[in-house]
Each structure stands twice: as C-alpha cells, then as structure tokens.
Write a protein of this length. Sequence first.
Length: 152
Amino acid sequence: MWAGSQLRPIRVTPDTAARDGQGRKCCTSCGEWLAIDRFHGRAVSPDGLCPACKRCTRSHQLQRDFGLTVDEYEEILKSQGGGCAVCGKTEESNGRMLAVDHDHACCPERMTCGRCRRGLLCTRCNLHLGAIGDSIEHIEAMASYLRTTLRR
C-alpha cells in the first residue's frame, strides 16, 4: 500500500464454476443465471465453460468487429426472413450464427465502419463471395460456364 493513497475495496472475483440449485451458471457479463447449454465450451476454464453466456460473447464480438448490437443483428436477420441473404439458410442449418457481410473495398480489414454492412450470410455464401472478391463479372462468367457445361 502506498502512503497517502486512498483505500479501495478488494475486487471479489466471482466463482465462474458455481451453480445454483437448478444447475444453472451465472454469466459474468449480464449476471443472469442460465442453463449450461447457453455457454460455449472452453477447455481452460475450471468447469469447461466460458464465463460469459453465448449471447453476451456474441454481443461483444459484434460490437468489437462490426459496431452492431445483438438486437441490431437480430433485426437484420428478421428483415432477411430469418436466413442468409443469398440462399436463405438459417443459423440452425448453418450450424452457427450468420456472418456479417460488409464491403471490403470500403473497409479492407475485418472490422467495418458500420456504413458498408450489406447483410448476413451463411458460411458457404460468405466464403464464396470472398473468394471471388465481390466481382459481379466473375459471378456472371461462372454462371455462364455452368449453363453451358451442366448436363441436366
């Protein structure tokens, strides 16, 4: 303790492995007691689970990478009919949340300014769009190729 410094209470670190009487775990971010299936697995944690729930974890990632809240993400998803903006695949059939697509010409890094967000895409559509570099000409050439070579 430094002489003349003000005393502060000791920060109490919550027991992230604690469970209530119903077997639920407390999220360190929102403070809610939730079923353990609402937490991602994490091998290095004492209980094998992340300290924050899936929603809070996703909220932090969306805010950090895209300037979006979970509510804004869910509104975009709803406006797209609940699935990928290209093929309609849902989060359940995708096996994970949909990717936030943005214009890499505006923001070449992973993060976006927020003004160039285009929609939510499934993993497959997001990877394909990225692989062709957002080139409409490339997409049209591929479609033309498939039309002339597919045997149906």
